[in-house]
Design a protein around this ligand. Structure first.
Ligand code: FEO
Ligand code: CA
Ligand code: CA
Length: 642
């Protein structure tokens, strides 16, 4: 499906762009990560789309979007047409899940077979691959008929609907191919797979087997059923995919203060577990903390699995800590430790880095698969002088001792947030994706917003009180471009951009972009609430937003260079239908296709299954709005954005 605006935007210019920000931040004026050559900007020559707010998606002229996968689409041959009114848990397990979020495109090498992930990845095949997609959460008031509003659907779903919800969240693996008729799922693929809240998984790493991970169903503390809150993620060059467990607390019901152990009561409060959460615990007792107070400790981890081996068991990686994981993305250099960066998506939470104990050696399949199980987790401190430190979360070091309630390294990892706070890490404005630009080797932190930031607790890295529009930081590890040392405990940082309207009256909401180059951005070039990020093969940054409707227009994608004259000067590329945010985004290795996940379309206000605000993408009166993945490409087949 392709919908193009009739009037490609005029490049109306802002005056005095970025000349002054609310806080005097020198956005874009500090030394950039790479050399000051003009890289990337000239490549972003697509016709910018306008800010809008309507019931369709928007693309630049000259682009197509194939509607690739929708909630309920079958992942096996011979399925009946999707009927959400007759949806059973068994049927949902054979179909694409709800609220698609993170997307990894994992290439398929026609000459390689199952279990040969590294070989598949090296092929860089950009016309056939596995699309690995998270399903973050379920919304029964939009999935099922008969609920009057979001509240009644959250607190009073039926046993059957709970079971469908548990089958609709998690993750999908779908083989896809580019055909003469565009991108299509391959329904008879042996790789197609659903991972749900009932998929058997292992718990590995330093906290595995700890008594705090044991439950009535698992006295080993090493086996768990399923994953939930799967927001963003990452992928490895050895052919595995990382999926994050973010808002897992909402799956659990009960009163933390009624839990006997005060350590767990504090822990459950920290993740929003309350008697008012959804009522899954009524039908599936492990989600009731009065029955299983340790079950929430088995969620909030990163999960690694092998999409090239459909029988493989996913593993929860305790070494990467337990919090509201947005995702973890990797920097893998042959002969060096693997470095992974991630964020804890909550107000005043932290940015993290993991450094593996082992060394990455391409081709060493067995060793590489253990790299994320042993290593050191760090939290970031951003100092006012533009320098920063990675602070190790190690039991027995600094404040991480029995005097502060830590028995061992398992406690440090299960209560990562408390450990990072004690170390003096910098509380941030909701860290979302943290990802390294493969071209300039610098790392970018999406900070989506933080309305709880008070005037009294602003700092250099979180410079706006009541931060409604979010911002992006740039982390510069020591070393030269391409050879930066991501395992160093020191770094430099600067503010890459401040979200928001650059002409906003309220100085605390005023955005700042780029380097005041004339024509740097148009009236449609600004955005707010950066959430996910991707880099194209030329190193241009593509930011996906979650929250722009507050500012009067759709969420979408904005693309920009990270170096040169057009550094941090965004152009608007994609817009969502009303109510949706956009997630993913993911390029094929050759940059000719861009996959995006349109999440929770028609969400908001009084919108329900029976009375939705619109019915994107089908427009069929028999179907509700459906979260869907689009495959975007140029009609002339050339690289996206250029
Ligand atoms: Fe699930 Fe952090 O957005
Ligand atoms: Ca996100
Ligand atoms: Ca989001």
């Amino acid at each position: 499906m392709s919908k193009e605006p009739k009037n490609p935007t005029r490049r109306a210019l802002f005056k005095a762009l970025g000349a002054a920000t609310a806080v005097g931040a020198t956005v874009g004026l500090l030394p950039s990560c790479g050399k000051k050559r003009d890289s990337g900007a000239a490549n972003l020559s697509f016709a910018e789309i306008p800010h809008a707010l309507d019931d369709r998606h928007h693309l630049p002229v000259g682009y197509n979007a194939d509607l690739l996968l929708r909630w309920g689409d079958p992942l096996v041959p011979g399925a009946t047409p999707f009927d959400p009114r007759a949806l059973t848990p068994r049927e949902q397990e054979r179909r694409f899940g709800y609220n698609n979020d993170f997307i990894a495109f994992m290439p398929l090498d026609p000459g390689a077979g199952p279990g040969e992930g590294e070989r598949h990845c090296k092929s860089r095949n950009s016309t056939r691959g596995l699309l690995c997609v998270n399903h973050e959460y379920t919304q029964p008031h939009l999935m099922f008929s008969g609920y009057n509003d979001e509240h009644s659907a959250t607190r009073g779903v039926s046993a059957q609907h709970v079971a469908v919800e548990q089958a609709a969240c998690g993750h999908s693996v779908v083989e896809i191919a580019k055909t003469d008729n565009g991108w299509r799922p391959v329904l008879d693929s042996p790789y197609n797979r659903r991972i749900t809240l009932n998929t058997g998984m292992e718990i590995v790493g330093p906290a595995a087997g700890d008594r705090r991970l044991c439950t009535g169903a698992d006295s080993s503390g090493k086996r768990v059923l399923g994953t939930v809150g799967n927001c963003a993620g990452g992928k490895t060059p050895w052919g595995t995919v990382l999926i994050a467990e973010e808002g897992f607390g909402g799956a659990f019901q009960g009163d933390p203060d009624a839990v006997a152990d005060p350590v767990e009561a504090r822990n459950h409060h920290a993740f929003g577990i309350s008697p008012h959460n959804r009522n899954w615990g009524e039908y599936d007792r492990r989600f009731d903390i009065s029955v299983e107070p340790n079950e929430p400790n088995r969620f909030g981890w990163m999960v690694e699995y092998d999409p090239y081996d459909p029988s493989s068991r996913p593993r929860k990686l305790t070494g990467l800590g337990r919090f509201q994981h947005e995702g973890f993305t990797l920097v893998c250099k042959p002969g060096a430790p693997v470095v992974a960066y991630g964020g804890d998506d909550d107000e005043h939470q932290f940015v993290y880095r993991f450094v593996s104990s082992g060394i990455y050696r391409p081709g060493d399949h067995t060793q590489n698969r253990q790299l994320l199980t042993e290593g050191t987790l760090y939290a970031a401190r951003f100092d006012a002088d533009g320098s920063g430190r990675w602070l190790p979360l190690l039991f027995g070091q600094g404040p991480l001792t029995p005097e502060n309630g830590f028995r061992n390294q398992a406690d440090v990892l299960i209560d990562t947030r408390r450990a990072a706070a004690l170390l003096g890490a910098t509380p941030m404005d909701r860290p979302e994706d943290v990802e390294t630009n493969p071209v300039n080797d610098c790392t970018y932190v999406m900070l989506t917003k933080n309305k709880k930031r008070k005037h009294g607790d602003i700092d250099a890295a979180n410079p706006r009180p009541r931060n409604v529009a979010g911002h992006v930081l740039e982390i510069v590890p020591p070393g030269k471009k391409g050879r930066r040392d991501h395992s160093s405990n020191r770094f430099k940082w600067n503010t890459f951009l401040l979200g928001g309207n650059p002409n906003a009256e309220d100085p605390n909401e005023r955005g700042a972009y780029g380097q005041q180059s004339p024509g740097a951005i148009s009236t449609h070039g600004w955005f707010a609430n950066p959430d996910n990020v991707a880099f194209d093969p030329k190193g241009n940054m593509w930011i996906a937003t979650d929250g722009c409707e507050r500012f009067g227009f759709h969420d979408g994608l904005w693309a920009m260079a990270t170096e040169g004259e057009m550094r941090a000067a965004p152009k608007h590329f994609f817009g969502c239908p009303r109510g949706a945010e956009v997630c993913g985004p993911e390029f094929t290795p050759d940059g000719t296709t861009l996959f995006v996940a349109v999440q929770h379309p028609a969400d908001g206000g009084s919108s329900t299954f029976d009375h939705p605000m619109h019915r994107w993408p089908d427009g069929d009166p028999a179907l509700p709005p459906r979260p869907s993945v689009l495959a975007i490409y140029r009609k002339d087949g050339r690289v996206i954005g250029s």
